[in-house]
Write a protein that binds this ligand. Structure first.
Ligand code: ZN
Ligand code: ZN
Length: 257
């Protein structure tokens, strides 16, 4: 990798693929983000706790990353990371999202090296991430607009924000289309991510970071959090001319040169 100097990097640190419940393969995700000019992404497929896993199995839903396939997943992410750098000069970091719906906490790990038991406590999971040199991110600490039913009242990290405020490297200030004002108000370190599952989520909250384009520089910049910015994009709104207000232009034959 060539050193590039410090500039603003466009990143997304919360992305799911077909290794859990996303609609695209890692390769498709890399091509999508790479062709849209991203500098860094993290692939963060779900690791479900035992209770959630049982629920998902009974409903026939994808079961995500199990210990037996974890090394194959890491290998697949690393292979695509090499291609992403070659073809797009985009960094791809291996990660996962511990999705513990029994304890009501989701934790995103970035630049992970090993599996961590998703049934551990929040403190134990974060300690495990520290030992791997990975980042620990508190995922979507607030109700998301698309959530229906009882899960939105299940917010362990939000309810214990003071207890955990210094435990995490950063908190998601925004997730997909939702902004969590508490994180801003309390002055917590932050990132923003799309919680990508489908192609349309390319237009959603992202992160801008001013640092060098290498994994250690990016992790250090998120930990320091002095030059991090949340960024929201969407497709240009469709503009329809309103009837009765159209401006009539003369026909070409009527224009004298
Ligand atoms: Zn989640
Ligand atoms: Zn997620």
């Amino acid at each position: 990798m060539t050193p590039k100097g410090k500039g603003w990097l466009l990143g997304d640190f919360h992305i799911h693929t077909r290794w859990s419940d996303g609609h695209l393969s890692i390769r498709e995700v890399v091509d999508l983000y790479g062709s849209h000019g991203f500098d860094v992404i993290a692939i963060t497929d779900h690791v479900f706790d035992a209770y959630t896993l049982e629920q998902r199995r009974s409903r026939g839903e994808p079961v995500g990353l199990l210990p037996g396939i974890f090394n194959s997943y890491l290998k697949a992410v690393r292979e695509e990371a090499r291609r992403a750098w070659r073809e797009y000069r985009m960094l791809v970091l291996p990660g996962w999202e511990i999705t513990n719906d029994r304890g009501c906490y989701h934790i995103v790990g970035i630049d992970v090296k090993d599996f961590i038991d998703p049934d551990l406590t929040v403190e134990e999971i974060v300690e495990g991430l520290r030992q791997q040199g990975a980042l620990a991110i508190a995922a979507h600490p607030g109700r998301r607009s698309f959530e229906k039913g009882p899960t939105f009242s299940c917010q362990h990290l939000k309810e214990n924000m003071e207890q955990y405020r210094h435990l995490f490297d950063a908190w998601e200030i925004a997730n997909r289309y939702d902004f969590f004002y508490d994180i801003w108000e309390k002055g917590l370190k932050f990132v923003a991510g799309s919680d990508f599952h489908r192609e349309e989520h390319l237009n959603a909250w992202k992160t801008l970071i001013k640092t060098e384009k290498d994994p250690e520089g990016i992790k250090a910049a998120i930990r320091e959090n002095s030059q991090v910015s949340a960024y929201l994009s969407r497709p240009a709104p469709e503009v329809k001319p309103r009837p009765g207000r159209l401006i009539k232009f003369p026909s070409p034959s009527a224009v004298s040169v």
